[in-house]
Write a protein that binds this ligand. Sequence first.
Ligand code: DGJ
Length: 742
Amino acid sequence: MTIGWDEQTREFHLRNERLSYIFRVLAGGSLEHLYLGPALAAGPSYGHLGRREFGGFANRLDDPIALELPTAGRGDFRMAALVVEGTDGSTVLDLRYVSHRIERGKPAIPGLPATYVEMDDEADTLEILLRDEPSGTEVRLLTTIFRDMPALARSVVVRNAGAGPLRIRTVMSASLDLPDDDWTLVHLSGAWARERHIVRQPLGPGRQSFSSGRGASGHEHDPSLILVRPTTTEASGEAVGFSLVYSGDFLAEAEVHLYGTTRVRLGIDPETFTWTLDPGAEFASPEAIVVYSDTGLGGMSDAFHRLYRSRLARGSWRDRDRPVLINNWEGTYFDFDEDRLVAIATVAREVGVELFVLDDGWFGARDDDTSSLGDWWVDRRKLPAGLDGLAHRIEGLGLLFGLWIEPEMISPRSRLFAEHPDWAVGVPGRERTESRQQLVLDLGRPEIVDHLFEALSQVLSSAPISYVKWDMNRNITEPYGSTLPADRQGEFFHRYILGVYELYRRLTAAFPEILFESCAGGGGRFDPGLLAFAPQAWTSDDTDAVERLSIQWGTSLLYPLSSMGAHVSAVPNHQTGRITPLATRAATAFFGVFGYELDATRWTAEERAAVADQIAFYRAQREVLQRGRFVRLVGPEDGDGNLVAWMAVAADRRRAVVGIYRILNRPNPGPRRIRLRGLDPAATYRVSTWPAGDDDAVSRANQGLRGGDVLRRVGLVLDADRHEVSAEGDFWARVFVLDATG
Ligand code: DGJ
């Protein structure tokens, strides 16, 4: 890995074995992008990839020049990456190169989550200083290249080096101009209970964008954007992924220009953002991660997974086995007492569960969702011996104890609201819009963050708590910072998220042994920003196995299995009413951080035995399922969408676990082969199936010894017996374990 600088050609070449990123300083001082793609030789000039005659936009408006940091008002009529309003009200900006430095390693971004390195030789960082003299705007443009991944991190620091105030109107974390528009846009989109489904659309002229103005990344769009060639597959072709390490309002946009070039922008949504910079003050953008893959979407996902699992997630739980949990939410909702919880935990312990999580309803006087958020003390009506008493009983069973909290919220019916009505977000003189009967605390105010840190620290030290589920169940309306002056109201949303990060930072630092799981009505804030604090997230409130196939498939484009909470719940499913076999629910949830979300006391003896077997299986394969390489094989987007197959492969390729799911049964099916990827072609694997003892045509056709090359070129065989198939029913699943022999 190197960052080269050539004095003569004024070119920067960031390079590792997998990619090159090249740009240069033009005579006028702006930065022209030259190349992003597979690694090119270090040394030669790549200036011929640029616009030869370029001398600034004055002579040719709309020049399709590729820029590293496009600004407004000088003839580039595409959308700008940085718009700063000067003291004269003008937004024209002409940023010129001043100097640069190359550092080993990767600096942190104050106040914001970011990827990191553990050793300085894992990455190099280029910092370029640019200045616009008339306005006094100074910019530090930071680009990190990672040694072992086809990944770059980009961020921007804007400083006011002038004498009067500046106002940032737009600050993108990354902007990249690509030389053509022959791309298909791949994006993760959805809604509550059906988050992060993959959508694809060919790029067309103009702007196509996804954003959030909710105060959170949201259920609707992931803060990312992926471009693939029309011919790209999971295993081959180009894919460029852009992902924002941020949890608030974002914009992800591709803009096709009149000459057929494509500009991608990713950053805080300018629609709900402005930031005033007093003289001498700085503003740091969140970071954007750019991954380039010429080995298909799978190669892109692999890089994101490795980066996000090992150099974004952090803390004592990052690399540890995540416990198999049981959560009481769908089992009891608000209707529980200590004995009922202990009864569930007792059964759960017997079948091998490792962590019991007490969800919503343990505090204040919360019997439904109309009250008590903010009143973070135990409800002794339900738990007479307090959290401590309950936690000790749970621990006595041999389980860890975990707890749900929703720190950012306040119920109008709460003691906290009676004491501090002004702490809830709202515009004075206007009615506040409630959602789920709750309002949002203004975490942009440091005293509120202080209060929450104190209140929650007390809770977390009051009992042996090993896990916290941090929920957030509504988006922000009437955004207004009651302590911000009128001309700084555009800072509200970003300040809110900075407050969330600060509270997370303080709590995770004060309780380093607690495993945090983030949640927002399921996956309403499942984003890289929170992964930096909570290494796992509740993927969706939808626990239906069929819906989960689409959700987990889509989520895996960017996020590793170790980040995806995945639970078996009761049937009929509470979100879809669907009845799926217990084994299928488990086979789906295995590909994530596994757990249960139901009342275990309702299991029959047969179900208990099946669950004990599921947990034993997951624990035996946990290393591969939580930390292996995830490979998507056949997905909801393929063919008629009836078949899904995926696999996880150990780093040394000695073991793999494959899940195959058939949604609807069809009579008299033909044979089908599922080719595997990521195995050692020279190895011989012993193939076994789960559930063990299944003696059906599929198991019989696959069990035994198979060469890695055969599994790659021919695959597993779905050769069903027509008589057996008639008895199988819908929602069939089978898991295969492949162990290298010798
Ligand atoms: C929404 C979460 O996603 C659920 O899992 C549960 O914790 C409820 N909130 C509790 O109110």
